[in-house]
Design a protein around this ligand. Structure first.
Ligand SMILES: *[C@@H]1O[C@H](CO)[C@@H](O)[C@H](O)[C@H]1NC(C)=O
Ligand SMILES: *[C@@H]1O[C@H](CO)[C@@H](O)[C@H](O)[C@H]1NC(C)=O
Length: 324
């Protein structure tokens, strides 16, 4: 019972709205539910080629449409508008300083209402409607549901840090599904990557090497515009490599002096934890990045970070006795 009542009331409100349509502006959203093709009984109407457009930032957008009205009518005014308010004459976008220089009416005063909007930015994401006014009193039309324009830029989605040997997937994200079949181009440190391009908008780095660290960006070639994302830094962490001991000064000293040994390594994050050993001794002889050797022997260090550790080759320290 409630269902039937609801349906009846929708039909009634549709009729009421169609009747009031010519004089007052209905809310576009309500109209979306009511009239899909946007043709009225009076023979006034607008058809859009695309109801949704996803455009790359800074590109030019063509909103293609045509309009009809009964023979014998003359067209007095044609324009595009946005954000119409019920009961008010909608504003002409070509008089809006935000649009006037970027808007080009490609249509005519007969049936073609195509328009081009250039240099779009995210601020232009909106619903747009074509409006025409005829010479017959009250016979004017707003073409709902209009064209939904979404302007997108590109963003690389990637983890900040990946550990060497792991796989990582980078995604080139847009805020709407690009209308054209887009070709994505990937860059590392501004150099195009030709190899290892994954399907669609993703780049798969398998078994990451430290050379894969760098600034990544992606680009898309649209039909009239090329758009590139900003860079995203990918940090590759790895355990210490190339661990070696540097001798500060001479490795041959006299008794009573000491020689400073320094442990260096290549690791990310940098190794902060070092252990010193002397060959043929079972336990460590020191810690810290530098170590003071006081006696003869062969010394080596081991560098650690959270991903692992590596030991260096040994260096020889010789202490000469002092003869009195
Ligand atoms: C409307 O005009 C545009 C621009 O001149 C043109 O590209 C388009 O084909 C025309 N559309 C129709 C249906 O004639
Ligand atoms: C990479 O990540 C590690 C661990 O989070 C950090 O310590 C290091 O500073 C980062 N390196 C760069 C170049 O961002």
């Amino acid at each position: 019972m409630a269902k039937i009542y609801k349906r009846v009331s929708i039909v009634v409100s549709c009729v009421a709205m169609v009747m009031s349509f010519r004089t007052a502006l209905p809310l576009p959203l309500i109209f979306l539910l009511v009239i899909h093709n946007a043709f009225s009984k009076n023979g006034l109407g607008v058809n859009y080629r695309d109801s949704h457009i996803c455009a790359l930032k800074h590109s030019s957008v063509i909103m293609s449409c045509n309009y009809i009205y009964p023979t014998g009518y003359k067209i007095k005014k044609v324009f595009w508008t946005k954000n119409p308010v019920k009961g008010e004459e909608p504003p002409d976008l070509s008089e809006d300083p935000e649009y006037s220089r970027r808007l080009q009416y490609l249509g005519d005063e007969q049936q073609n209402c195509t328009i081009r909007l250039s240099h779009v930015t995210q601020k232009d994401s909106n619903m747009y409607y074509f409006r025409f006014i005829t010479n017959k009193p009250g016979e004017k039309w707003l073409g709902v549901p209009g064209v939904s324009l979404t302007v997108t830029d590109l963003q690389v989605e990637s983890p900040e840090t990946v550990t060497e040997g792991d796989s990582v997937r980078l995604t080139c994200k847009s805020s709407c599904a690009l209308t054209d079949r887009a070709t994505f181009i990937w860059y590392r440190n501004s150099q195009p990557l030709t190899e290892r391009r994954d399907r669609n908008n993703q780049l798969l780095l398998q078994s990451v090497r430290r050379e894969d660290a760098g600034r990544y960006s992606c680009g898309v070639q649209g039909h009239n515009h090329y758009l590139k994302s900003t860079d995203v830094q990918l940090n590759v962490t790895y355990p210490p490599r190339n661990v070696s001991v540097f001798i500060n000064g001479s490795s041959e000293i006299v008794e009573g002096d000491s020689v400073t040994l320094i442990c260096s390594s290549d690791s990310n994050p940098p190794a902060l934890n070092f252990t010193w050993f002397q060959e043929n001794q079972s336990s460590s002889v020191g810690s810290g990045q530098s170590f003071s050797a006081l006696q003869s022997g062969r010394f080596y260090c081991e560098a650690h970070n959270q991903h692992g550790s590596q030991r260096s080759d040994a260096v020889t320290v010789t202490v000469h006795g002092v003869y009195h």
